[in-house]
Ligand binder design. Structure first.
Ligand code: CAA
Length: 406
């Protein structure tokens, strides 16, 4: 067990494990096959108080942190990666309000989310603005009574079933630094609709949709934080806190697939022995286990540091997300390999883990974006390592000094 987990952390982990084993695991295959939202699981999560874990106490939540969000997501994802994100995406949607909302916005929206009465989604990505989130085109223009939004959003998880949406739109197209603002949109706002429900490879228990805004008018008090021009930063600050949740999903998927692979390796007989007695399978299980442990330590440490107010939270979140979700992809793929021909078939549980794992390397910023964020941090930090310069011969600089560089 990780030494720095507190009693409170362990309480959330245990509670989530109970819900995962009693409710999620028995229903995982059903909702994957149906590609329908599991309302009965949502009700069980709400009853256990899980949907308010990350929401501050003064707004009806439990005031727990990013680490608890990761622990709960991990436990749910051990049983079903789709249900893991069905839970965690509410944190992604509500962090903009928690971090930047006005007091009225927080008081109005957060308690409903904490109780599980309403679900929330996050509308940032667009057809032409995925990794380059700053290039989004959805437009919000001032009207007499508020703002009129026109445009569309792509890959919105929880879309259609959510009542509340954190939506990012351009309010000042001429501005370089203050181009985007964030709005709270409600499902019944006129001009707002769901235009496409995606048919997905994995995470099939939760909808991913396109949103359409056609002269969608929202009142003035839906401008997030009451200020324009803050949208890009609000989105990035949100992702810094939500990406560790995806990392937790990765750890859960990897551990869940490893557990199945180990049970199967003990049971499956070939050449008169359990396949777990063969060194090649043992080698795979050992590598899988070491990767899962390393990912878990990294994710918990990153989340704890974020909760403690570390200054480099973008890099912490990015590293945790990229390492844990790359681990999820490799471990779930190896689990399918250990199951052999059976593993490839839908009658067996592990191919679903592999399908669910793939999206974790893509959403909330591709792992290429996470590497970019991490590398920027590393290169910036290297500017403080001037004392290393003298140990690195610089042939080119010598030529420049001598004027012989050509
Ligand atoms: N916190 C606060 N401010 C930040 C910030 C952060 N983490 N990151 C950047 N900023 C600020 C910068 O300081 C800069 O401000 P100034 O102009 O005042 O100097 C400004 O934002 C622009 O920053 P960058 O130049 O770094 O921005 P960029 O255009 O190079 O983009 C990026 C950086 C990291 C690539 C960013 O665009 C990004 O994260 N892209 C991926 C988007 C993403 O994760 N999308 C997924 C959406 S959610 C989803 O997947 C759907 C779902 O439902 C699950």
């Amino acid at each position: 067990m990780i030494p720095f987990l507190t009693e409170e952390n362990l309480k959330w982990k245990e509670l989530a494990r109970e819900v995962a084993e009693k409710v999620v695991r028995p229903l995982a295959a059903k909702y994957d096959q149906l590609q329908e939202y599991p309302w009965e699981v949502k009700d069980a999560m709400a009853e256990a108080g899980l949907l308010g874990v990350w929401i501050p106490k003064e707004y009806g939540g439990h005031g727990a942190g990013v680490l608890d969000l990761c622990l709960v997501t991990e436990e749910l994802s051990k049983a079903c990666g789709g249900i893991g994100v069905a839970f965690a995406v509410n944190a992604l949607g509500s962090f903009p309000i928690i971090l930047s909302g006005t007091e009225e916005q927080k008081k109005h929206y957060l308690p409903q989310i904490a109780k599980g009465e309403k679900l929330i989604a996050f509308g940032l990505s667009e057809k032409f603005a995925g990794s380059d989130a700053g290039s989004l085109r959805t437009r919000a223009e001032k009207s007499a009574g508020g703002w009129i939004i026109n445009g569309e959003k792509k890959w919105t998880t929880n879309g259609g079933i959510a009542e509340i949406y954190s939506v990012f739109a351009v309010t000042d197209p001429e501005s370089q630094r203050a181009r985007i603002s964030a709005f709270i949109v409600e499902k019944d706002d006129p001009g707002f609709s769901i235009t496409k429900i995606e048919d997905k490879m994995g995470i099939r228990a939760v909808p991913v949709v396109e949103l359409d805004f056609e002269n969608c008018e929202v009142p003035e008090d839906r401008l997030l934080g009451g200020k324009t021009g803050q949208g890009f930063k609000q989105a990035m600050m949100t992702l810094d806190r939500a990406r560790p949740g995806v990392a937790g999903q990765g750890v859960g998927l990897a551990q869940g697939a490893l557990d199945y692979a180990a049970v199967y390796a003990n049971r499956r007989q070939q050449f008169g022995k359990s396949i777990g007695s063969f060194q090649m399978i043992q080698g795979m299980l050992a590598d899988m286990s070491a990767r899962v442990e390393a990912a878990r330590y990294l994710v918990y440490a990153a989340a704890k540091n974020i909760d403690n107010g570390a200054s480099n939270i973008s890099a912490l979140a990015a590293q945790a997300k990229l390492f844990a979700t790359d681990t999820a992809m490799s471990v779930t793929t190896d689990a399918v390999q250990i199951f052999g021909g059976y593993g490839y078939m839908k009658d067996y549980p592990v191919e679903k883990f592999m399908r669910d794992a793939k999206i974790t390397q893509i959403y909330e910023g591709t792992n290429q974006v996470q590497r970019m964020v991490t590398a920027r941090h590393v290169l910036k930090g290297a500017r403080d390592l001037k004392h290393l310069e003298e140990f690195i011969p610089n042939e080119v600089q010598k030529d420049v000094d001598l004027g012989t560089e050509d």
